[in-house]
Design a protein. Structure first.
Length: 688
């Protein structure tokens, strides 16, 4: 029997179906869904999967509530009101798909580059993400999307330093004696790592959190280094300074397994603790103490996350931190080194899934998703090509999540812009759709997943039939391809076949089918003897590729576009870390989670609040030249002086004045990776 046929088999007794969490989180948990008579009863963590350990975060524990949510989209809808009003009428799938295909064909006949896909990690699945969608847009010749909105600065930094998005195996953090949790609120965004860190703590390890916000994680660590946003590279260079002057470097490892050390050493020696302390807004003594701990404790490990790279110098900051384990030889130990992402270990055959050969020699322009506000408002020109006439949105909610959202809203509000949104709920972006197509959830489709926090491949089996008239992303793109006359055999591949194609024969698919996950054969201490996936096989402190592109080949502190304290008009730096009970803009509409989260908040320290006559719980106006955001203030030591924390990402329609924190963020980019600078943002705050 083909695996798809299993869905039609009768079920009278409860059964359990193995799957995978689809969300943008390093943990990528293995799920077990209990189903009876075709209805999902509960979703639990798979106790047989080591990284999951039978535990789910509070968000995904509510996945059944989300799947059967009363506001779930269950049939195709066509706009009848003005854009942004969210007024629709039901329409059949055939009518919707016929009209969409006809309108896309008419635009493509003029210039297919006027059509833009917009998607990101609403699902991390390789099949429901960019498989059939990639084939469709490549065959069409549409504009390409530069998918940079989350991690590309840090990813580029790892490639230029370690040779790829690679690092230590997460399970060995339990054996570390010192763990630096750098730029991560692990309790909220990396729960399963936090469980490992707690085990290490019980065995005597010291935990240090480095973060501008006194997060839930910072509170549970032995020490909190509360530096200013965008100053992480300065701190890393000062730590190197102390490692050098105190003789805490591993000269043998440096000589045999790194390149560019002499030049980096010279640069680090210019970063005294006093100099870095002035930049970071912390005490020089704390830098010296941290350097001593890192230089003399073995094994020492660093768990980096993506918050620290969402500033102008984010790539350089990740490069500087990624150099530290090689300076001390921490890579010699399986419980030493660092981890930002393991995704580079996964041998995904993206060409087989996405079929870029269907471009047939065409080279469409590439549009950066971070700058969608500007791009939607840009007229046709010889330099930039045609104006965008159609956007197909799937796995994303750009009106809520993209920066400088005032421009994003104006772009999506264009009456001459044809917009199709494939969604599970009426998000902020859905309100601007011409057609709203109901999408399946993870419990209703096949998919296959790599991860960026451990080293297992996971298979997701559908536990239930699609609810209502919802369809998979892949099914929608197959149907559009057929209507547009795309006859290539690859458009006939079903989702199970796509799961098989994702890794080809590079993994044991039989094992995946049998247990739901399969581990990659990664050495316990992957770089104990060098062997980095760089051209030289060494950790490259100096990047020749960066130098050839006109950038500094060595990591350095690159100040923010909007440095803290640089403006009297906007004297407060704002970061916008995720709210604990949401994941990006997902789960915001799950009432039980929203009840826990409360309401949109700006965290502010007592001194900054008092200076503005603001009391705890007061409604305030947060503003800069890009716009304003109205919310309530929480006066709390979680915010350091000079920095406010705008917790996100709430849907705009749930805000006090119809905006969210991205009304204030900018479309400027990072030093490398073409990524956004969400945490590089100056504002001021007044009572509303």
């Amino acid at each position: 029997m083909h695996p798809m046929d299993a869905l039609s088999a009768p079920a009278t007794a409860p059964r359990q179906v193995r799957g995978a969490c689809p969300h943008d989180c390093p943990d990528t948990c293995s799920l077990v869904t209990t189903v009876q008579d075709g209805v999902a009863l509960r979703v639990q963590g798979n106790a047989d999967h080591g990284p999951t350990g039978g535990v789910l975060c509070n968000k995904v524990s509510h996945y059944v509530e989300r799947t059967y949510h009363p506001e779930r989209l269950l049939q195709p809808m066509r706009r009848v009101g003005a854009k942004g009003e969210g007024r629709f009428e039901p329409v059949s799938w055939d009518a919707a798909l016929d009209d969409i295909a006809g309108r896309l064909a008419a635009i493509a006949a003029r210039d297919p580059q006027a059509i833009l896909p917009y998607s990101y990690c609403g699902t991390m699945g390789l099949v429901q993400g960019e498989s059939m969608a990639g084939r469709f847009f490549h065959k069409l010749g549409a504009s390409l999307l530069d998918r940079t909105i989350c991690a590309s600065a840090g990813a580029e930094a790892l490639v230029q330093t370690l040779g790829g998005k690679v690092g230590m195996k997460v399970e060995f953090f339990t054996e570390s004696r010192l763990i630096l949790v750098w730029g991560s609120n692990s309790i909220a965004s990396n729960l399963h790592f936090w469980r490992l860190a707690q085990e290490a703590k019980r065995q005597g390890a010291k935990l240090v959190c480095i973060d501008p916000r006194r997060s839930e994680t910072a509170e549970k660590c032995h020490e909190h280094v509360q530096l200013l946003p965008g100053t992480d590279a300065a701190l890393a260079l000062a730590l190197m300074h102390e490692l050098v002057v105190n003789g805490w470097t591993d000269e043998d490892y440096l000589a045999r397994h790194t390149s560019g050390w002499d030049a980096l050493r010279e640069r680090a020696l210019r970063w005294s603790p006093e100099r870095a302390a002035a930049v970071c807004g912390i005490e020089a003594a704390q830098i010296r103490s941290l350097a001593r701990d890192y230089g003399t404790t073995k094994p020492a490990a660093i768990r980096l996350n993506y918050g620290m790279q969402r500033v102008h110098g984010g790539g350089n900051a990740v490069r500087a931190v990624a150099c530290l384990p090689a300076v001390t030889g921490a890579w010699r130990h399986r419980a030493g080194g660092m981890l930002l992402s393991t995704s580079g270990y996964f041998p995904v055959d993206r060409a087989a899934l996405q079929r870029p050969d269907l471009l047939a020699g065409r080279t469409p322009r590439t549009i950066n998703m971070v700058q969608i506000g500007d791009e939607l408002l840009r007229p046709a020109s010889p330099e930039f090509g045609p104006a965008i006439e159609a956007v197909i949105v799937y796995n994303s909610n750009p009106v809520a999540v993209a920066p400088e959202s005032g421009k994003v809203v104006r772009g999506f509000a264009r009456e001459d812009l044809f917009t199709v949104v494939m969604e599970q709920f009426r998000t902020d972006t859905a309100d601007y759709a011409d057609y709203l197509l109901p999408a399946t959830t993870q419990l209703e489709h096949w998919d296959i997943h790599g991860t960026y926090g451990h080293t297992d491949v996971l298979l997701n089996r559908p536990a239930i039939a699609p609810v209502g008239a919802s369809r998979t992303n892949t099914d929608v793109f197959r149907a559009l391809a057929a209507r547009m006359g795309f006859r290539d055999p690859c458009f006939q591949d079903d989702d199970f076949a796509l799961c098989r194609q994702a890794f080809g024969d590079r993994i044991d698919f039989g094992l995946l089918e049998a247990q739901g996950f399969a581990s990659l054969p990664i050495p316990d201490a992957p770089f104990a003897e060098g062997g980095f996936p760089t051209a030289s096989g060494r950790c490259e402190f100096f990047s020749a590729a960066l130098a050839r592109s006109g950038q500094d080949g060595l990591p350095d502190h690159v100040p923010n576009h909007e440095p803290a304290g640089s403006s009297t008009r906007y004297p407060l730096a704002m970061i916008s870390p995720p709210a604990r009970n949401f994941l990006n803009s997902t789960f915001v509409n799950v009432q039980s989670l929203r009840d826990i989260e409360g309401e949109p908040l700006l965290e502010m320290c007592a001194a900054d609040a008092a200076a503005r006559g603001i009391g705890d719980g007061q409604v305030v106006r947060v503003f800069n030249d890009r716009g304003e955001y109205v919310c309530k203030v929480k006066v709390t030591p979680r915010a350091r002086p000079g920095v406010v924390n705008g917790l996100g990402i709430w849907w705009r329609k749930l805000g006090l004045a119809g905006t969210n924190v991205n009304q204030l963020t900018s479309q400027r980019l990072t030093d490398m990776g073409r990524a956004p600078v969400f945490y590089d943002c100056l504002v001021d705050v007044q009572p509303a």
